[in-house]
Ligand binder design. Structure first.
Ligand code: ASP
Length: 285
């Protein structure tokens, strides 16, 4: 049976219109990249604010009875820029407007926070001609707040087997009453890992703004180099020690079924990046 590649793109990979274009070309280069998971737009430059942080601030202002309109306009403009850059339809413009209206009317923190990913998925699905599958229909949490692994795994397999090419918003699912519930921050990595396991992916690509797991922070250490392969155990240690490149909770789903994680750079796609696990020899000492 044909095994798809699951590709997750992080916030900096989708921060603005020209980054979307890079993602489009990466996805269209490889036909097997058929399950795409997206984060919300991240920082475009040093000192910029991530959309998820702006949404969190909107929720705080609402709770404290203060005005949030300025921030909502800022968010709307960021999506308008992406929409414009990609030359997409007016229908999509109305949909973006509709989601901003929903943010305006909601007081539910997790719902508000999740719209960053949802809007990116909406735009990416339209621009690639892929089907948008909402994460709240395939990722489930139990009443105690933990992920419902069994229900999630079954739902992903069942829903995605009906589609050829899908876009899924990262970072959230649904609680037992069907309301949106988010993972911890950085949780889109977990979404991607769950999807990879659920569709028995050939591999899980995690696209970011660095060329894999590095020996040091490349922004600080110019001589930092990419580590070509690692074991899951090493990745767990490195991420628990604070490396931001991958969420530690996104390791177990793929490790349990021995699917390799490829960490790649959206801005330098030809670079090899880092391969983690999937093969007993990787990184074992
Ligand atoms: N957008 C969310 C965050 O900033 C989730 C993610 O990017 O993985 O934490």
């Amino acid at each position: 049976m044909f095994s798809p590649v699951v590709a997750k793109f992080g916030g900096t990979s989708l921060a603005e219109g020209n980054q979307f274009r890079k993602v489009q070309s990466i996805v269209s280069l490889e036909n097997s990249r058929s399950c795409i998971v997206v984060s919300a737009p991240g920082k475009r430059f040093e000192g910029d604010t991530k959309i998820t942080d702006l949404l969190g601030e909107i929720h705080r202002l609402k709770r404290e009875g203060e005005g949030h309109e300025g921030l909502l306009i800022e968010i709307h403009k960021r999506y308008e820029e992406i929409h414009c850059h990609l030359n997409l339809s007016n229908d999509l413009r109305s949909e973006i407007h509709g989601v901003c209206k929903e943010i305006d009317l909601s007081s539910h923190r997790d719902f508000i926070l999740s719209r960053g990913e949802y809007l990116n998925a909406l735009i990416m699905a339209k621009s690639l001609g892929y089907t948008l599958v909402d994460a709240k229909d395939i990722i489930f949490f139990k009443d105690n707040g933990e992920l419902d692994d069994h229900k999630t795994h079954k739902a992903i397999g069942k829903r995605l087997s009906k589609e050829e090419k899908v876009i899924i918003p990262g970072f959230y699912g649904a609680d037992s009453r069907g309301s949106v519930k988010t993972f911890a921050r950085g949780g889109s990595d977990i979404t991607g890992a769950l999807i990879a396991k659920g569709v028995s992916a050939a591999c899980y690509e995690n696209w970011t703004d660095v060329s894999g797991v590095m020996t040091a922070d490349p922004k600080i250490e110019k001589s930092a180099r990419t580590i070509p392969c690692l074991s899951y155990k090493d990745l767990l240690r490195i991420t628990r020690d604070g490396a931001q490149v991958y969420h530690p909770d996104a390791i177990p789903p793929v490790e349990s079924v021995n699917i390799s994680i490829h960490i790649k750079n959206t801005n330098n796609p030809e670079e090899a990046g880092t391969i983690i696990g999937g093969d007993e020899k990787n990184g074992e000492d």
